[in-house]
Write a protein that binds this ligand. Structure first.
Ligand code: URA
Ligand code: SF4
Length: 181
């Protein structure tokens, strides 16, 4: 569903690996993050570093098995500035999204959990200035998708903010669960 030799945007020049989505194609829950980090770039798997460990724990704590979910990112190659991760640019997102659309079509999950602003803004087609807090922990039906979209806080945000919002994040996963995953 993603060309592992893709060179459609500039991120191909600094990546080690294209990080394709992982999980059963029959999953009723799809989880979308922002972009691979250093660990993901090295090992070609989404959410396997510290963020990934926290995500696995959050799923466990909400009674959701990570093995039954399809996990991917908005962009499939790691964006870097110097040696640090950065957010993907609008142009990178616009170029890479064709792979995500393909994944959504093939997996056709009942619910999509979007982690943080990047996937939430993209799927709900929001202006850049939107506030995640206005959309979080609600199930959104969008006209072009059969799946419901449930926005959730990104694990890296939860780590940066001392996990203050962890309770809400777990509520989001549980809300996704009540919608049939
Ligand atoms: N953060 C993301 O958004 N995606 C990953 O794959 C890892 C960390
Ligand atoms: Fe291709 Fe996406 Fe990687 Fe850019 S980020 S090179 S569009 S796979």
């Amino acid at each position: 569903m993603t060309d592992i030799n893709c060179t459609m945007c500039g991120l191909c020049e600094t990546r080690t690996n294209v990080v394709v989505g992982k999980g059963p194609r029959s999953s009723s829950l799809m989880i979308i993050g922002e972009a691979p980090g250093a660990d993901e770039d090295m090992l070609a798997e989404p959410f396997i570093g510290r963020c990934g460990d926290l995500l696995t724990k959050m799923l466990d704590d909400s009674g959701v098995s990570r093995d039954n979910t399809y996990i991917t990112n908005v962009v499939k190659c790691r964006p870097v500035q110097g040696k640090k991760n950065r957010a993907p640019s609008t142009e990178e997102i616009e170029t890479c999204k064709r792979w995500l659309w393909e994944e959504m079509k093939v997996v056709n999950p009942r619910v999509i959990l979007t982690l943080g602003k990047t996937p939430t803004g993209l799927l709900l087609k929001l202006k850049k200035t939107f506030k995640l807090a206005d959309y979080i922990n609600k199930a959104h039906q969008v006209e072009y998708l059969e799946s419901l979209v449930v926005p959730c806080y990104h694990p890296s945000y939860l780590m940066q903010t001392g996990r203050d919002k962890m309770g809400v994040a777990l509520e989001c996963i549980k809300l996704a669960k009540t919608h049939g995953i």
